[in-house]
Design a protein around this ligand. Structure first.
Ligand code: A2P
Length: 341
């Protein structure tokens, strides 16, 4: 016996990836429901190679009978509709930032804090962390376990797909305009993104950081350890899919590069590709379409007493969003919602 699963935002970059991931991983789906805005009603989206779903209008949809609802249609949509779905009995797995920092909503990366899922019963909502946070905490967890992390300094190189389908279109259109000597049109981004980098993701906070940087800090502390200090700089780069991160970690205890590499190699969800020579590292273009969090360029950080630096890449639509949500759903059904006969 399987589950009735709804995907909210099914026409978007992450929503389509959610349907793809559910099908690829053979999640036990009895019935899949694709939901989006009224303007997409009647559109068709693929669910695996053989099934096509007709998109329904979220606003008119009754969630009664839905077991799991994966939301990725933006924070304001989750704010309004996730509680409705939860009240109707569905367990919501929300990919937006709306509920992440609420105390009674678990924020989960299955490789790091699967036990937190148990708290879903309070609101019937589980939050999926920010894409940049997910790949970083997957890599930090095995290192924290052996040498206790004190402080992390991270700079991100984030692809445009993190801002949705229209942002991907903007990079494409601006690139074409520049080659055709036409004016560059900005809509999603505050500055030209083609052939440029933008040190600004999400809104500015009072202290001068951006909300994306704040999210990396508070989410990492909620998931991994509230005592870790984090300084983040988040940058958008003209890459379609795949986020890169340069991560510098300061530890409480001594740790060698060899120990770090061995711990990362053993940890779930991580692939260490670190040949320290031409092409011996992973870039976003190679990570796109893959499930792993890739770690490369491991080295001692000589600027602190116990420090390791490395480069970390993952597909932000998969591990950074859809895959993590589906893994949460898998853990949920295995441990809490079992329909096994
Ligand atoms: P739609 O295509 O109907 O606008 P992305 O992050 O790639 O931009 O995707 C956003 C997703 O959120 C899309 O599936 C989009 O559907 C959906 N969405 C946006 N606004 C609404 C809304 N008011 N109600 C339901 N879904 C929405």
């Amino acid at each position: 016996m399987g589950y009735k699963v709804a995907v909210v935002g099914a026409t978007g970059a992450v929503g389509r990836e959610m349907l793809q991931t559910l099908a690829e991983r053979e999640f036990p789906v009895d019935e899949a429901v694709a939901l989006a805005s009224a303007k997409s009603k009647g559109r068709e989206v693929s669910f695996g190679d053989e099934t096509v779903l007709t998109v329904m209008d979220l606003d008119k949809y009754d969630f009664k009978g839905v077991d799991i609802a994966l939301f990725s249609a933006g924070g304001s949509i989750s704010a309004k509709y996730a509680p409705r779905a939860a009240k109707a009995g569905a367990v919501v797995i929300d990919n937006t930032s709306h509920f992440r920092m609420e105390k009674d909503v678990p924020l989960v990366v299955p490789e790091v804090n699967p036990q937190a899922i148990a708290g879903y019963t309070k609101r019937n909502i589980i939050a999926n962390p920010n894409c940049s946070t997910i790949q970083m905490v997957v890599a930090l967890k095995p290192l924290h376990d052996i040498a206790r992390i004190k402080r992390v300094v991270v700079s991100t190189y984030q692809s445009v797909s993190g801002a949705g389908q229209s942002a991907m279109d903007e990079l494409f259109n601006q690139t074409r305009s520049i080659y055709m000597n036409q004016p560059v049109v900005k809509e999603e981004f505050t500055k030209q993104i083609a052939f440029n980098v933008i040190p600004h993701i999400d809104v500015f906070m009072d202290d001068g950081s951006t909300k994306e940087e704040w999210k990396m800090r508070v989410e990492t502390r909620k998931i991994l350890d509230p005592d870790i200090e984090i300084s983040a700089t988040c940058v958008r780069v003209p890459v379609f899919i795949g986020h890169g991160e340069a991560i510098h970690v300061e530890f409480a205890k001594p740790i060698t590069v060899q120990e770090a590499r061995a711990a990362l190699r053993k940890a779930p969800g991580i692939a260490v590709v670190d040949h320290q020579q031409d092409e011996g590292y992973v870039t976003p273009a190679e990570a796109a379409g893959e499930d792993s969090v890739y770690v490369s360029r491991l080295r001692q950080d000589p600027s602190v007493k116990h420090g390791i630096s490395f480069w970390c890449v993952a597909d932000n639509l998969r591990k950074g969003a859809a895959l993590n949500s589906v893994q949460i759903a898998e853990t949920l059904i295995a441990s809490y919602l079992s329909k096994a006969a």
